[in-house]
Design a protein around this ligand. Sequence first.
Ligand SMILES: C[S@@+](CC[C@H](N)C(=O)[O-])C[C@H]1O[C@@H](n2cnc3c(N)ncnc32)[C@H](O)[C@@H]1O
Length: 278
Amino acid sequence: MSPEDFSFVADFLKKKSGISLTDDKTYLVESRLLPLARQHDLDDITGLVAAMKGGRGSLGDHESLMDDVLDAMTTNETFFFRDNKPFDAIRKDILPQLIERRKSAKSLRIWCAAASTGQEPYSIAMLLKEYGAQLNDWRLSILGTDVSGEALKRAEAGNYSQFEVQRGLPAQLLIKYLHKEEKYWMINSELKSMIRYKKLNLLSSFESLGKFDIVFCRNVLIYFEVETKRQILERISRQMPPDGILVLGSAETVLNVSDHFQLIPGLSGFYKINPAMS
Ligand SMILES: C[S@@+](CC[C@H](N)C(=O)[O-])C[C@H]1O[C@@H](n2cnc3c(N)ncnc32)[C@H](O)[C@@H]1O
């Protein structure tokens, strides 16, 4: 693809989603957008970029083309109980303390801010279900959001291939919380009912979502530049009570990015609100 087409796509992506593409990512753009061009009956990426510039179809068609480009350019890689350790830490260290502090309200709200195709929110829901009788009469709600409408459609459907369930989901949880229909494994309705999905761009306002006791924002900040990360982290901190917990991905940190959170000693990837900033 030409350098001009690459810059156009990179500018669009950054403005729309915050995702920052370095110049060495031409191959990525080509491999993701060429199939999309073909789906839209366009010969090549130059044709797709021309259509993005507004040359084709009605306004509605143009908007859906732009959404398709954004969907194609998001990396939706995820799997059940990704990295394991954070889930162990939630079970052993985070939940016992939060349960103690919320024992009169008996309510926990969890936000999965880059839910992708749903494996992360469903893993959290299974963890809560497995936690034991202590949470039986609690109101437990999980909100899964993502900028990719296509990823969210899959999350809402809750259908996974054999390959997808083999990535991280222990056999006893598979049998307990999913059932097989033809080739696919489907999440059982009881587990599904714990999660609400909503399309949400982390660049836009999320004040109306209310407060969350735990926010999972894993493996998404890596795609953003420092200033974008800083702004998102500050706005996330406002959606949390003073004792709320933030969980980031293993390659992510708040260090040199935001003063609104502090690492919880001994718990890699877990952050609490910095009282000096709240
Ligand atoms: C690599 S996946 C991470 C999924 C999951 N959190 C995990 O760790 O397995 C990154 C997700 O972030 C989403 N994403 C990228 N930019 C976003 C934005 N500006 N707002 C919301 N979600 C975004 C992508 O659509 C993608 O589904």
